[in-house]
Design a protein around this ligand. Structure first.
Ligand code: FE2
Length: 274
């Protein structure tokens, strides 16, 4: 199976990068499954129903969230009629929506997509490790799912590496999100799970993690907020990872970074370029 994970889409420029590049990638790379982190897609904070639809129309099979899941209040309601929208599984038990979804892929297979959120340098939440384990045990690889992807939304690379090794051999991909900066540690772990600490953001990299740099810089210099965070609006880099799995095992064979457009040096999966 060919899987593309697209890192945190930030604001309008991030959405434009998705609509400009994703349909071509789906076609050119014969993608079977596309997952997009959409928690910053509405002005940097949360997601609306029309943006959810826009991302689905561009080719996303599943859309994951994170700490900004509920910033747009309408998400609390429309998530229940948005079967491809997934919020962290370790949110409080009575949160609306779902923490995982079994998605039918473009080639008619079954993919379990799980979203979880970290606890290191993050707001309090339930234990992400036991929550992810519960989901995987309820829908194991090969028996009930042809692929399993875990989007682990966290600040600390240590916690994300821990999740990678915790899931190694049991899921196809553990991909870190939230820091908005791509890491260079993409690899297939010894047990066969593809892993990267952070997929990076799909946004304007002439910014502080996707936001116009003046206000964050001012806060670093003075410690005093003087305005709102506004998303940067220059051309975005679509940033993520491409993963190929073995259909017999559901485990990963290859992983490569993807970076298209904007300011970052381009990267594409050589193994899919013919
Ligand atoms: Fe986040």
């Amino acid at each position: 199976m060919r899987i593309l994970f697209v890192g945190d889409v930030v604001g309008r420029t991030g959405r434009t990068a998705v609509s400009d590049h994703l349909p071509g990638m789906v076609k050119d790379w014969s993608l079977d499954l596309v997952i997009v982190n959409g928690e910053n897609s509405a002005g940097g904070f949360g997601i609306t129903e029309s943006i959810y639809q826009e991302l689905v129309d561009a080719g996303a099979d599943a859309i994951t969230l994170g700490n900004h899941a509920w910033n747009q209040k309408e998400a609390l309601v429309f998530i229940d009629r948005a079967p491809r929208l997934i919020r962290p599984v370790n949110f409080p038990r009575h949160s609306p929506g779902r923490g995982s979804a079994l998605i039918e892929t473009k080639n008619g297979k079954r993919a379990l997509v799980i979203n979880a959120i970290g606890r290191v340098f993050m707001e309090p939440s339930n234990d992400p490790f036991s929550a992810v384990e519960r989901e995987v045990e309820a829908c194991p690889l090969r028996e009930a799912a042809d692929a399993i992807v875990v989007d682990f939304h966290g600040e600390a690379t240590s916690e994300k590496q821990g999740m990678g090794f915790f899931c190694d051999g049991r899921v196809s991909l553990v991909v870190g999100t939230h820091t908005h900066v791509p890491t260079a540690d993409h690899q297939v772990l010894p047990g066969g799970t593809a892993y990267i600490s952070d997929a990076g953001m799909t946004g304007d990299y002439d910014s502080v993690i996707g936001m116009q740099k003046e206000e964050p810089l001012q806060r670093f210099l003075t410690g005093i907020p003087s305005g709102r965070f506004e998303p940067a609006s220059g051309p975005a880099t679509l940033s993520g990872v491409a993963v190929e799995t073995d259909d017999a095992t559901g485990l990963a064979v290859k992983i490569a970074p993807v970076r298209v457009g904007g300011r970052l040096a381009p990267a594409a999966p050589a193994f899919w370029l013919s």
